[in-house]
Design a binder for this molecule. Sequence first.
Ligand code: SAM
Ligand code: SF4
Length: 505
Amino acid sequence: MIDEGATYMLSPHEERWRNERLARVMKWQAAMPYKSFIDDRQIQALLEDNTQPETKETLAVIEKARANTPKGIMLAPRDVAVLANTKDPELWEALFETADWIKQKVYGNRIVLFAPLYVSSPCVNNCAYCGFRHGNRSIRTRTLSMDEIEQEIKALVDVGHKRLIVVYGEHPSSDYRYMCKSIQKVYATRNGTGEIRRVNINAAPLFTDEYEEVHSVGIGTYQVFQETYHYDTYRRVHPSNTLKGQYLWRLFGLHRALEGGIDDVAIGVLFGLYDWRYELLGLLCHAMSLEKEFGIGPHTISYPRMVSALSTPLTTTSPYLVNNKNFAKIVAIVRLMCPYTGSILTARETPPLRREIIRKGGVSQMDAGTRIAVGGYAEMKREHIPEKEQFQITDTRSLDDFIYDLCENGYLPSFCTAGYREGRTGANFMPLAKHATVKNFCIANGILTFKEYLLDYASPKTREIGTTVIIPTYLRWLNEHVPVLASRVRKHLKDEEENQRDLHF
Ligand code: SAM
Ligand code: SF4
């Protein structure tokens, strides 16, 4: 439980802002046009009725996931309950193999790379697991000025980044107007040929008219993690007098985003707050509701695992902390249940585990060269600045070391942002991903963006392996499968050598 008393003292300005907003949120909840898609009793019953699935049942679900892939169909809730309760290690190997197979089928063997950019940490909420919660006096919180954002972007593009997830606390200093200004600043900042080409957002849910404003400055995906779908746990970790304490407001945050014109939305759970099996079913119900209401499933699913945060005891004492074995299962089940959805594995996890889970879980996107302190990229050499961080990450490798590792393991590192800029978003993207034809674009654009990286930013060893092994391997694949596209890529590769940039399909 959280201390809602003396440690949670807002300034009069913060309190006024929070209270006004809370009143509007309550009004929205009272007139909400949706009915909750989380049926607690049904989820618990599904898990209890399938505690000991027979081998043939698990195999049938695995087969179904394979058959679903080219059709872009999700598994049913009962299927997920069966997988989550499967215990036989041999069946788990079959599940991991299938996760990798699905990923190869839909996206190919590429990993899209991005950096999270924390621009603000002040927050009027008091989430029990978060270092930035208002009541935590161990953290020095701050909101970056536009000049400071420019410094961060220069540091990021100087090492080769092209895609960001910009992260905000919920606070008057970082409301939707600040979001719009900061995103415009990101897009406007350049250093030589370095630039950010896609900005995604992770922030508190907004009102529809606010989403419209944020959409107008050209954001990619809007991420809101429900944290936990379990009502009682949600109440326990989010005080009721906070904005975040409003479960239904958050549950339908992405429905409002789609109403407000945002093209792509992304869901997630903070694993470690409640039973991971329950949370997987929650994610699936969320994806199904988005499909039902808007015909568009989530663009990505995230499964951040709760890690330690300064002066935040729940992060080490929660009875639901997830071990590595179960974490691998979570990632693989996500891949099987929503075959067309991007799957994001973050630097919260250690390098060896990330290496293992990319394949076992069919991961498609990862952050790299990550610094999560507010203002942390301007001080890139410092791996941690604990008093400025929301929690502690464990993969602090540089972008180049990360990319070299991917190459050694045969992956194509990609900075592709073409889908969004070529209009392959939302309803236009889904059929391509669902029918597994997006892969041809993924590989072609992956090759072109990786080549840019090799020309402009790579260390000698990364340039060597990239040029002699990775690019030729994926060009061969393209040649065999889509020869017309392969010859256009070869032409663009030459153009890139003559200093043309941002060529894409
Ligand atoms: N303030 C916004 C909100 O709550 O929606 C933005 C989110 S927060 C800055 C980004 C995400 O970090 C949260 O949604 C949560 O899932 C995750 N997070 C918070 N505390 C964490 C911890 N101790 N370990 C791992 N992830 C954590
Ligand atoms: Fe604020 Fe988000 Fe942290 Fe909660 S998780 S305290 S809303 S920054």
